[in-house]
Design a protein around this ligand. Structure first.
Ligand SMILES: Cc1cc2nc3c(=O)[nH]c(=O)nc-3n(C[C@H](O)[C@H](O)[C@H](O)COP(=O)(O)OP(=O)(O)OC[C@H]3O[C@@H](n4cnc5c(N)ncnc54)[C@H](O)[C@@H]3O)c2cc1C
Length: 300
């Protein structure tokens, strides 16, 4: 990135631009090389102008949430990482039973706010370390999918315009949605149900307890590495476990002993370690069960 563009970015985003920045600290697995820049954007106009400036300069961009589903290679990202933060993007408002949340708010924080306000419908996604933008884009789900109670989203579209898109205009699937790669989810609105707070908090706590019991939530991971095959088939975690891969390692990357579909960075793992271990798992499961596991994570 040339110094002219760097100056323009600093003028636009002030102290929220970090050049030649190691992405690993922004990811849940703690792996990744440098990006040309990382920008924390805190308001809609700055976001619009930043995206416009980078597009005109032909610079690649990647919007991330908590990067809890993205493995960044050591080679880094030849482009700019954008993260939505600040009061607008990380806040939420409640009116009657409709909650409007910024794209950068943590899903956990939003669920707790809703539970305390006696609004149910999102607690089934408890324990997913996502932001709302990442959760909607991936249609994150645990007991329920995040899209179930979605009403509409506000996005910055490919043409650089803010547009509202109703749920009926969006396709949601298993860990997927129809948002284009250049579309940025800046806000999402959910229509929730009035439920006593005590009932919601009890449910929320039991889901968190269950998830903590079954998944290595306190370790550096990317959640489930491979997609499940669908209803009626054993889960990918079961297949990996039954093929004897729990505890298998490549460098400092290890198949979790708690949940075989999680790869843990035990300290200093590289993206190469994780990718090699993923390939080992795929080969083993293919040999034993004749099933091709497909990655759920995104490799950048
Ligand atoms: C311990 C652990 C447990 C997990 N459990 C679950 C689970 O139970 N269920 C589940 O579904 N997933 C789970 N995951 C995976 C992950 O949390 C989800 O995929 C989540 O939706 C990713 O959200 P994020 O904000 O971190 O998005 P990121 O990982 O940062 O990004 C994911 C994708 O969304 C895009 N994106 C992010 N923000 C925006 C935005 N504002 N606008 C447009 N695009 C955007 C990114 O470009 C990327 O393509 C788990 C992960 C971990 C580490």
């Amino acid at each position: 990135m040339n110094s002219e563009l760097q100056k323009k970015l600093i003028k636009l985003c002030g102290g929220d631009v970090f050049f030649d920045y190691s992405v690993s600290s922004l990811t849940s697995i703690g792996i990744g090389g440098n990006a040309n820049a990382w920008i924390k954007v805190t308001d809609v106009e700055t976001l619009r102008q930043t995206v416009d400036l980078l597009k005109r300069a032909g610079i690649k961009m990647k919007v991330i949430g908590n990067a809890s589903n993205i493995l960044v290679r050591e080679a880094g990202f030849d482009g700019v990482i954008i993260k939505l933060s600040g009061d607008f993007f990380s806040g939420s408002k409640i009116k009657n039973n409709v909650v409007t949340a910024g794209g950068g708010i943590s899903l956990g924080k939003l669920i707790i706010t809703c539970c305390r306000s006696g609004l149910g419908g999102l607690e089934g996604t408890a324990g997913i370390p996502a932001t709302i933008g990442g959760a909607v884009k991936m249609n994150a789900s645990y007991k329920n999918a995040v899209s179930e109670k979605l009403l509409r989203v506000l996005i910055l579209d490919k043409q650089g315009k803010y547009v509202s898109r109703g749920k009926e205009e969006i396709e949601f699937g298993y860990r997927s949605s129809s948002f284009g790669g250049e579309e940025i989810i800046v806000q999402a609105e959910f229509c929730l149900e009035k439920v006593p707070s005590e009932v919601l908090e009890k449910k929320f706590n039991s889901y968190i307890r269950e998830k903590t019991r079954n998944q290595p939530l306190t370790e550096k991971t990317l959640g489930c590495i491979f997609k499940n095959q669908g209803k009626g088939s054993p889960s990918s975690g079961e297949l990996i476990d039954k093929s004897g891969m729990k505890g298998a390692r490549r460098g400092a990357a290890m198949v979790s002993r708690k949940h075989a579909n999680f790869i843990v960075n035990t300290g200093g793992a590289s993206s190469g370690d994780v990718i090699a271990l993923m390939e080992d798992i795929q080969k083993k499961v293919k040999n034993v069960f004749k099933i091709n596991l497909k990655p759920e994570i995104e490799i950048l």
